[in-house]
Design a protein around this ligand. Structure first.
Ligand code: IPM
Ligand code: MG
Length: 356
């Protein structure tokens, strides 16, 4: 029996995760062999235990076969010292579990072409995958901090550092994915300015020799940001550093109409993973029952596909989501101007019903 750790977290996290759990419960009733366990992370863990990633949560996470996470963070935690902030719960899980490969698909559901801020012809049929390095780069590089200079002025500093082995393993991860899709990989760097990403580019070239069937190209990150909004369909798979991937994946998400639609997977070398919607805790709408649960439900589909080898069940969830969109159900974030919308629980219930 596979074990899934459920970490609802903060803000809208508990509301959207509850809908994903409905889907899992329904699949279990149909014979899916998984058991669920709940845990605390982020601000919720800080409130209950004084730390965003308590020891017992980490132990639960290590023991689980996969993790479903809602979101972390909220304004009430912003004044805490950095190691106690909710985000550290998430970053700690990524680092401790060595979840170095972050897959962020951006797929436009045809039913939502009108919800994108871009023209329908620019985004219709969009299907791209961003592979973001998740446990290295400037997010984790040492030294880091804020120091006081001799003249009394403060200076903040972070370090962007990548080893060849780190670049190589995220490169391989991305080439493997590209091989199963359109066989085109675009590596995004800033090699014209940053030595570390010049090395990134060289290592990508080296790895490419093992994947002659995949076409590798390179793009500077500023151009990549522009191309994403100019002509996003030119991309199949993109691979990039932790911070560039953070930024580009938010941009890519918006192409699809709403960041509320997009799931993600963070995988270790053995395919164990943590799955989460790429949107955040949205404190502004938390508790109102209006958040879009589809990104979290689609994260369950990714879990079944990538960690449990249950591609068919994953397809079933994804087509159920397609069906509810066909039925015209929309949470406010994906509703067109003047279109009626449904709440979080109604949307979740509709997906469960559409699983039949
Ligand atoms: C993300 C988020 C996180 C990140 C934050 C919450 C630490 O923006 O998963 O993209 O920067 O990685
Ligand atoms: Mg982000």
């Amino acid at each position: 029996m596979k074990k899934i750790l459920i970490l609802p977290g903060d803000g809208i996290g508990p509301e959207i995760v509850a809908e994903a759990v409905k889907v899992l419960d329904r699949l279990r009733a149909d014979g899916l062999e998984v058991e669920l366990e709940q845990g605390l992370v982020g601000g919720a863990a800080y409130d209950a235990k004084g730390h965003p990633l308590p020891e017992d949560t980490l132990a639960q996470a290590r023991a689980a076969d996969a993790i479903l996470l809602g979101a972390v963070g909220g304004p009430q935690y912003e004044a805490l010292e950095r190691p106690l902030r909710p985000e550290q719960g998430l970053l700690g899980l990524r680092a401790e579990l060595k979840l170095f490969s972050n897959l962020r698909p951006a797929i436009l559901y045809p039913q939502l072409a009108e919800a994108s801020t871009l023209k329908p012809e620019v985004v219709s049929g969009l299907d791209l995958m961003i592979v973001r390095e998740l446990t290295g780069g400037i997010y984790f590089g040492q030294p880091r901090g804020v120091r006081t200079l001799d003249n009394g002025e403060k200076e903040g500093f972070n370090t962007l550092v990548y080893r060849e082995s780190e670049i190589e393993r995220i490169g391989r991860s991305a080439f493997e994915i590209a091989r199963k899709r359109g066989k085109r990989l675009c590596s995004v760097d800033k090699a014209n300015v940053l030595e570390v990403t010049e090395l990134w580019r060289q290592v990508m070239e080296r790895v490419a020799k093992d994947y002659p069937d995949v076409e590798l190209s390179h793009m500077y990150v500023d151009n990549a940001a522009m191309q994403l909004v100019r002509a996003p369909k030119q991309f199949d798979v993109m691979v990039t550093t932790n911070m560039f991937g953070d930024i580009l994946s938010d941009a890519a998400a918006m192409l699809t109409g709403s960041i509320g639609m997009l799931p993600s997977a963070s995988l270790d070398a053995d395919g164990k993973g943590m799955y989460e919607p790429i949107h955040g805790s949205a404190p502004d709408i938390a508790g109102q029952g209006v958040a879009n649960p589809l990104a979290t439900i689609l994260s369950v589909a990714m879990m079944l596909r990538y960690s449990f080898g249950q591609g068919e069940v994953a397809d079933r969830i994804e087509s159920a989501v397609g069906k509810v969109l066909d039925q015209g159900l929309r949470t406010p974030d994906i509703a067109a101007e003047g279109q009626a919308s449904v709440g979080t629980a109604q949307m979740g219930d509709a997906v469960v019903a559409a699983l039949d």
